[in-house]
Design a binder for this molecule. Structure first.
Ligand code: SAM
Length: 286
């Protein structure tokens, strides 16, 4: 298994939405001086070339980061643009580990898990020598098992990004069961779970993200904020027509910060054929 390589998808519309939301959650945690932990269960390689073979084969970055420009007045987007701009100048796109590492302070901690033999080597190489290298622990292990083994974490404040490839339909159940067990060990953590919006072509998987969200909302969490964006019509053959993030134990006023930036992103990620749309809704509230 493990045939998925994020290099084919780096910087696409789903990465843009995911990484902006990751930044907004991180910024909420940064508002307090107390240290916190960032845990990435499916870290990937950390940095991706946009002019390499994989990216150029699919050109998915053209659905996302290539469309994000600096002309906007929205300060939330400006943070993301500033962060990605230096990498884009070298035809590169930063993954979630580098985004986290660039925002966290010396008192904060980063734990990155990646199961793929080559990707974990790439991850180590891509973080080596950077000033924030020292505060990141990289584990070559299954992120589901690894997360449960690490909880409750020290420090006890923090966030988890769960970003599986969903190559096989059993990963949806694995996410649900892992988050259920994780909440028992660490009820106060912020859990961000990425999911794809898949058309009928995906068969059984096409309805599984919605069902995952419904079941996540029934878990023992304080709240669940669901953010989704659709960038293409949901026709039978559309494939991945959008994506979403289920955020459990969302920080105070995260919904406002996300709702503020969504209209800008919609505008930027739209194309002649389709006007992008998005939603930010509480599936469970306090
Ligand atoms: N989170 C990354 C980002 O936003 O930049 C992208 C991650 S990519 C969608 C999913 C990654 O999970 C791949 O690199 C894949 O090799 C890895 N992976 C797949 N199954 C895994 C598992 N059970 N545990 C840890 N990593 C896994």
């Amino acid at each position: 298994m493990l045939s998925y390589r994020h290099g084919f998808h780096a910087g696409n519309h789903a990465d843009v939405l995911k990484h902006i939301v990751q930044m907004l959650v991180t910024e909420k945690l940064l508002q307090k001086s107390k240290p916190f932990i960032y845990i990435d269960t499916h870290a990937g390689a950390g940095l991706y070339s946009l002019n390499g073979e994989e990216a150029l084969k699919t050109r998915e970055f053209e659905t996302g980061i290539s469309k994000i420009t600096h002309q906007q007045q929205n300060s939330v987007l400006d943070d993301y643009v500033n962060l990605t701009q230096e990498y884009m100048a070298n035809q590169q796109y930063p993954g979630s580990p580098l985004i986290a590492a660039s925002l966290l302070r010396t008192q904060d901690k980063i734990v990155l898990m990646e199961y793929h033999n080559n990707e974990v080597v790439n991850l180590r190489n891509n973080l080596r020598g950077l000033s924030f290298d020292a505060k990141a622990a990289i584990h070559h292990r299954d992120g589901f098992e690894g997360l449960l083994a690490l909880l409750p974490p020290n420090p006890a404040r923090g966030m988890v990004l769960i970003d599986p490839p969903y190559e096989v339909h059993t990963e949806y159940d694995q996410v649900l069961s892992t988050v259920k067990q994780a909440l028992k060990k660490w009820s106060t953590g912020v859990y961000i779970i990425w999911y794809p919006l898949l058309s009928a072509r995906a068969g059984k998987k096409s309805g599984m993200s919605e069902s995952l969200c419904v079941q996540l909302a029934q878990l023992n969490c304080k709240n669940l904020l669901d953010v989704r964006m659709q960038i293409a019509a949901n026709t039978e053959d559309a494939g991945m027509y959008g994506s979403g993030l289920a955020i459990l134990n969302a920080p105070w006023q995260l919904d406002d910060a996300i709702s503020q930036m969504l209209p800008e992103i919609n505008k930027l990620l739209s194309n002649d054929d389709f006007q992008a749309t998005s939603d930010c809704t509480w599936r469970k509230s306090e």
